[in-house]
Write a protein that binds this ligand. Structure first.
Ligand code: FPP
Length: 236
């Protein structure tokens, strides 16, 4: 049988369209996000079964703070519930939790839950689930630049010796394999400050499907499309 991952080790998803999904069904936005979490739960399982090694999900961007307070609070509530209800499954299924982004700025109880879940799953190696929380790629790159500048100032590195790997390693994704496939749902054709550095040679896949409707078949379609691409990494 053909490899169901088509060689993709690391895939990332911009999970967009919860609001529109709810609107289409004349439901409150909050229900769209709730369905969005169910889609997350399902895709984490499916990705693990498929043999994907790293799944990175954009759950809350550094720009999402500009949403109405009640929506932010709904999203944070869902995040709490998700970690609480699924941590045991991560432990049992070999899922290692990782968070990218400046998550320490979230509410203290959430930070505690996250740190605990990271600790409890740190030895798991079937799949890494990297959740982007309070994440923005420009902020991530800025933090890496600041860190390198400090090293240079301390005389630990010569500015002209800084190379691409040094920067990659300092990003929140530093220890993860290269990004193979970046998916965005709901028909929007932009990267919205997500994994800008990491996307350099990844394949992009856009679908009109709204996030709550993104299921196993949709993931298989995206992987099949990835498998049909001719990746040249700038060569010919
Ligand atoms: C986009 O929908 C989705 C988000 C704001 C982030 C995704 C969040 C979830 C799936 C729920 C929380 C996640 C976890 C891991 C617990 P939108 O509101 O932008 O939709 P719209 O563009 O149709 O309005």
């Amino acid at each position: 049988m053909a490899d169901p991952t088509y060689g993709a080790r690391h895939i990332a998803i911009i999970m967009d369209g919860n609001g529109r999904w709810a609107k289409k069904k004349h439901l409150p936005r909050a229900l769209g996000h709730k369905k969005g979490v169910e889609a997350v739960r399902n895709i984490v399982r499916v990705a693990g079964e498929t043999g994907i090694k790293v799944l990175t999900l954009y759950a809350f961007s550094s720009e999402n703070w500009s949403r109405p307070a009640d929506e932010i609070s709904d999203l944070m509530g869902l995040l709490r519930q998700y970690i609480q209800s699924d941590i045991e499954e991560f432990v049992e299924n070999g899922v290692r939790l990782k968070v990218i982004g400046n998550y320490k700025a979230l509410d203290r109880d959430i930070v505690g839950m996250i740190d605990n879940a990271i600790e409890r799953t740190s030895k798991n190696d079937r799949m890494t689930l990297a959740v982007a929380l309070n994440y923005g790629a420009q902020d991530e790159m800025l933090r890496a630049v600041q860190s390198i500048a400090m090293s240079a100032k301390a005389g630990e590195i010569e500015p002209d010796q800084i190379n691409i790997n040094d920067i990659s390693n300092l990003l929140d994704t530093g220890e993860l394999p290269p990004l193979d496939l970046l998916i965005r749902t709901s028909g929007e054709l932009r990267l919205s400050n997500f994994l800008l550095w990491q996307a350099a040679y990844s394949e992009l896949y856009f679908t009109d499907t709204l996030w709550p409707d993104f299921d196993k078949r949709e993931l298989q379609k995206a992987l099949k499309s990835f498998g049909d691409r001719d990746r040249r990494f700038g060569g010919r």
